[in-house]
Design a protein around this ligand. Structure first.
Ligand SMILES: Cc1ncc(C[n+]2csc(CCOP(=O)(O)OP(=O)(O)O)c2C)c(N)n1
Ligand SMILES: [Mg+2]
Length: 281
């Protein structure tokens, strides 16, 4: 495994913690939104934006920028928090989340906010869009890479499997799909509602290279993304084992926090807990 300097890891941990604080603040302020699946993805998205991807506010139109598609678009708070942390928008604007005329709608819109590569929210569509971008890179002879983040409930959608088959067929080795495997969807356990397992074997059967990691271990996330870059002739699927609501004790593994906003008291507790985990504020 690549050794990552302690300082770099601490920096990434700080970004992820800052993002978690913004997630709970923005959902609480809007009194609406999806904290659970945003918190489960925070470490993955932090590594993508602050370590892995060639992106930034000065590169929104750069044809060689890497592409990130939040296929599970309801987790928009994690994307907005990352974009604000990276300087695409002022952090104060996060307070407009889900307000009329805000650029920060409940589900991300590429027409409204520079840095959003694909409008998402209708589950199941993001990987197809990612395939198109990955194929375009090949046709245009460009070296950018495409990263799509999918939910475990989301991949019950049939369209995902057409995209999985196509990506394997076209040998899209510039494409990485990451599964936020938190085992919860909107109204219960993924295993009870529509089991997706054995998901790694299923992707392997479609000609994907599969890596399983702890989706909250920054070093494992980095190593998996590094490994993906060495794979030729296959797209990579990273099965990231995560905890829904990660970082806020009362939200962890609690299905009810899929789409519920914390009240003022609950927000205060969440921020206190995140600060105790190394937060800045
Ligand atoms: C096509 C479609 N059907 C239903 C919904 C409503 N919906 C929003 S989130 C969600 C559950 C998603 O579960 P999962 O993919 O596991 O997300 P996570 O646990 O990461 O939040 C559903 C059914 C939707 N957004 N799109
Ligand atoms: Mg889930």
């Amino acid at each position: 495994m690549t050794t990552i300097a302690e300082g770099k890891l601490a920096e990434l941990k700080q970004h992820a913690n800052n993002m978690r604080q913004e997630i709970v603040k923005m959902v609480s302020a809007a009194n609406s939104g999806h904290p659970g699946g945003s918190l489960s993805a925070a470490d993955i998205v932090a590594v993508l934006y602050f370590h892995e991807m060639n992106v930034g506010p000065e590169k929104v139109d750069d044809p060689d920028r890497d592409r990130f598609i939040l296929s599970k678009g309801h987790a928009s708070p994690v994307l907005y928090a990352a974009l604000a942390e990276k300087g695409y928008l002022p952090k104060e604007e996060l307070a407009t989340f889900r307000k009329i005329n805000s650029r920060l709608q409940g589900h991300p819109s590429k027409k409204m906010l520079p840095g959003v590569e694909q409008s998402t929210g209708s589950l199941g569509q993001g990987l197809s869009a990612a395939n198109g971008m990955a194929l375009a890179a090949r046709l245009d002879k460009r070296g950018y890479r495409v990263y799509a983040l999918l939910g475990d409930g989301e991949i019950q959608e049939g369209m995902v499997w057409e995209a999985v088959m196509a990506a394997g067929h076209y040998k899209l080795d510039n494409l990485v799909a990451i599964l936020d495997y938190n085992h919860l969807q909107i109204d219960g356990n993924v295993e009870d509602i529509m089991n997706i397992g054995p998901v790694a074997d299923k992707f392997r059967a479609f000609n994907w290279h599969v890596i399983e990691i702890d989706g909250h271990n920054l070093e494992e996330i980095i190593a998996a993304l590094d490994e993906a870059k060495t794979v030729k002739g296959k797209p990579t699927f990273i099965v990231a084992h995560t905890v829904k609501g990660k970082g806020v004790s009362y939200m962890e593994n609690a299905c009810g926090w899929h789409g519920t906003a914390p009240n003022a008291e609950q927000l205060a507790q969440a921020l206190e807990e995140l600060c105790a985990q190394g937060g800045e504020k």
